[in-house]
Design a protein around this ligand. Structure first.
Ligand code: OGA
Ligand code: MN
Length: 303
């Protein structure tokens, strides 16, 4: 099978700060993430700046913008530099999401300031890709923090190009040309979506089939594309073999060496590329408020 040689991580991803025009790029780790300084993303961007940000995004997969003061309109307008903001399937509505269908509120408090258990609430959110239960998942999401707890609730991201390139040849052979079913019946918190049965047999999981290795349409690079672990299934295998292969694949892909974690301040915006990065969240104390706004940007059918 043709693939890139095992990467020299230090050589392929810059790990020292650098400058592009007025933008300063400060890598947050040698494997993934860069902070962009010198841009107020609430304002219109020049074509030059938008292009530079997109190039840096492709290099580092996840961008961090600190100290931003955004209205929902500005958050959506910034997202639109990278594609078309998309509204998700909703199981709950708030006045905010009724007014701005492109925004999801990821939070643990409701409008009456009571602690809530829907949305992602305060639990740990295991490694995943956003909305891969759709046949055309978003290309990325922009998560903006409005209120954060004093500790916990960090968001981690990991580089799925590296996870792919780092796979031993024999392991790659095992997954070559295989796809997985991405569960459409449950949300990230594991709750059933309306209209779905609680099907426990993974070989009967409803949802789209996506290739385990996808090609990023902009960079041309291959990345592991796993979605979420629960109720995933590899068609063509027995449930036992599928579970075994998926367990090994997830153990490989979720190693710390591909990841970096962000500790939030209010006003941070994290833009991740959903095609080549996964993300997860640490739990936090439910007695503290955590309110985030997320946009998602329409993508392509994975191939
Ligand atoms: C999300 C998500 C993690 C977080 O919004 O898609 O996974 O840190 N959020 O809230
Ligand atoms: Mn997510």
């Amino acid at each position: 099978m043709q693939r890139q040689a095992a990467p020299n991580i230090q050589a392929t991803i810059p790990d020292k700060p650098y400058q592009i025009g007025k933008i300063t790029v400060v890598p947050t780790s040698p494997v993934i993430g860069a902070e962009i300084r010198g841009v107020d993303i609430s304002q219109d961007l020049s074509a030059e700046t938008a292009f530079a940000i997109t190039q840096v995004w492709h290099t580092h997969l996840v961008l961090l913008f600190r100290g931003q003061d955004l209205t929902p309109e500005q958050h959506i307008a910034f997202s639109a530099y990278f594609g078309t903001p998309q509204s998700p399937n909703r199981t709950s509505f708030t006045p905010m999401t009724e007014k701005y269908p492109e925004i999801i509120e990821v939070m643990n408090v409701d409008m009456d300031q009571k602690r809530i258990e829907y949305s992602l609430s305060n639990a740990e959110a295991f490694w995943h890709t956003d909305m891969s239960y759709k046949s055309i998942p978003p290309l990325g999401s922009a998560l903006y923090s409005r209120e954060v707890p004093p500790s916990g609730g960090n968001t981690c991201v990991s580089n799925m190009y590296l996870a792919y390139e780092d796979m031993p040849e024999a392991f790659l052979e095992e997954i070559m040309d295989k796809s997985a079913v991405h569960d459409a019946s449950r949300n990230s918190a594991g709750r059933l979506r309306p209209g779905f049965e609680d099907e426990q047999d993974p070989s009967k999981t409803p949802g789209p089939h996506h290739p385990l290795v996808r090609i990023h349409p902009e960079t041309g690079r291959k990345a592991l594309f796993l979605g979420r672990r629960p109720y995933s299934y590899i068609p063509g295998l027995s449930v036992e073999d599928s579970e075994d292969l998926l367990d090994r694949l997830w153990a490989h892909a979720t190693q710390d060496k591909y990841a970096w974690c962000h500790q939030w301040d209010v006003g941070d915006l994290l833009l991740w590329d959903n095609r080549c990065a996964m993300h997860r969240r640490d739990p936090f104390d439910i007695k503290h408020r955590r309110v985030m706004h997320r946009t998602q940007i329409a993508g392509n059918r994975p191939y």
